[in-house]
Design a protein around this ligand. Structure first.
Ligand SMILES: Cc1ncc(COP(=O)(O)O)c(C=O)c1O
Length: 426
């Protein structure tokens, strides 16, 4: 029986006697009737559970990488926890400001922050700014001088470890648009430039080795690569980035928070640093990915004799560009019959004018799946809505939050008027 593995569904998911999907006892059809499709539904109890477990996993501070998914409603939930927030653009900062997320708990990233963005960050009292280039260090110094602020900085370094899902690669000469290379001495020079600048305060170092990391050994390599910098500059903050992997497919297993914490703690302990420091981690995907699923309506089925059957849904690459960008895999299921054998192969495609607009190349769904059915793809909570576009002027779908208290709209769906609001009609 090729059924969807339940570990891909959020905490509040269950099925009733007829096998229909419920999220916190709300039948899936209620979401579809109230909000339509395509639709993102996030189980916020699931998000809060992950936040609590991450915070408890080690003596570290957790920063949520908001690029994974950001909304005011989400920040209002996260704000109640002892959590920091990574924002990586003036736009993400603007959402944090709109949610009144305290500036002191923000970490501001970006390899090419503009003067306007840096000024906004200082004005809002952002707790840590992660500098990424010599140009930025001097630009920020000028802005800080004018404002009479003393920003606390992390210097982003490229440790020469690149982690790709199940492997890591030690790169000799790093080739990345992010950070200062440790191997070339640029990281050392950047740290010293910050330390020597009276307008800036050196708070620590930052490194991020990639995303979807399952091999914890990669993190040990990361810490080892930073050892000399840590011993030399004794940074108060050691930010080791995010990237812990998440299961998208039946046969995958998400990274374990406690094991991740133990790996990092042990690796740092082994350096025998003789001063006190604060470790920060910055997961995004691990907090939100599996808390959400996307509902679509099947619009057409096109059977090409001897080749395959295309199943087209009412969304596509505009609400989930990950399959197109990263060739990422997803599962699909029929929420009206969660336990049914998924015995028929389909290629699930979107509605965009692009042959590559594929959501799942080889999906399995019950043979009874037909036009008008609602299908769902689980684990769409990270880098789906946040990477959504209006390609073909398709409006972005609504985002709904559900928990044990019921459901509510977090972000309304776009209308055609929204799509026209930037046009000049003169
Ligand atoms: C600097 C930084 N921190 C954290 C993250 C979050 O990564 P993930 O969502 O894989 O945990 C990213 C992702 O690109 C990143 O660039």
């Amino acid at each position: 029986m090729n059924q969807l593995s339940r570990h891909l569904l959020p905490l509040g998911a269950s099925s009733d006697d007829e096998g229909r999907l419920k999220l916190h006892n709300v039948d899936f059809e209620e979401f579809v009737e109230v909000y339509g499709t395509p639709l993102f539904v996030y189980d916020t109890d699931d998000i809060e559970d992950k936040v609590r477990r991450l915070i408890a996993a080690a003596n570290w501070r957790v920063a949520y990488a908001s690029k994974a998914f950001l909304s005011v409603a989400l920040l209002k939930i996260l704000m109640q926890y002892d959590i920091l927030l990574d924002v990586a653009s003036g736009g993400e900062l603007a959402v944090a400001k709109a949610a009144k997320f305290p500036g002191s708990r923000l970490i501001f990233h970006g390899n090419n922050k503009s003067s306007v963005e840096l000024t906004d960050a200082l004005t809002y009292g952002v707790g840590l700014i992660v500098v990424d280039s010599f140009d930025e260090i001097s630009r920020l110094s000028e802005i800080a001088k004018v404002q009479g602020a003393l920003p606390r900085l992390l210097v982003r370094v490229t440790p020469g470890v690149e982690a790709h899902t199940h492997e890591y690669i030690m790169t000799g000469q790093e080739d990345s648009k992010f950070g200062f290379s440790v191997a070339s001495g640029a990281a050392k020079a950047a740290i010293e430039a910050v330390i020597d600048d009276a307008n800036l305060e050196f708070a620590g170092i930052h490194a991020h080795i990639g995303s979807q990391i399952f091999l914890l050994e990669s993190y040990r390599k990361e810490v080892e690569a930073l050892a000399l910098l840590l011993r030399t500059y004794r940074p108060e903050v050691i930010n080791l980035g995010g990237g812990i992997g998440v299961a998208y497919l039946n046969d995958e297993e998400s990274g374990d928070f406690e094991r991740w914490a133990r790996t990092l703690t042990k690796s740092i302990d082994e350096l025998n640093l003789d001063y006190s420091y604060q470790v920060i981690v910055e997961p995004g995907r691990a907090i939100v990915a599996s808390s959400a699923l996307t509902f679509y309506t099947v619009g057409t089925l096109k059977e090409i004799e001897g080749i395959r059957t295309y199943l087209a849904v009412d969304g596509g690459m505009s609400d989930n560009p990950r399959p197109v960008i990263y060739d990422s895999g997803y599962e699909a299921f029929l929420p009206r019959d969660l336990g049914a054998d998924r015995d028929r192969n389909f290629r699930i495609v979107g509605k965009h004018c692009e042959s590559g607009d594929v959501i799942i190349k080889d999906a399995y769904l019950p043979g009874s799946t037909s036009v008008g059915d609602v299908i769902a793809t689980p684990v769409t909570g990270a880098y789906g809505y946040s990477m959504a576009s209006n390609y073909n002027r398709v409006p972005r779908p609504p985002v709904v939050f559900v928990n044990s208290n019921g459901h509510r709209l977090a972000i309304r769906g776009e209308t055609y008027d929204d799509l026209l609001r930037l046009e000049n009609f003169d």
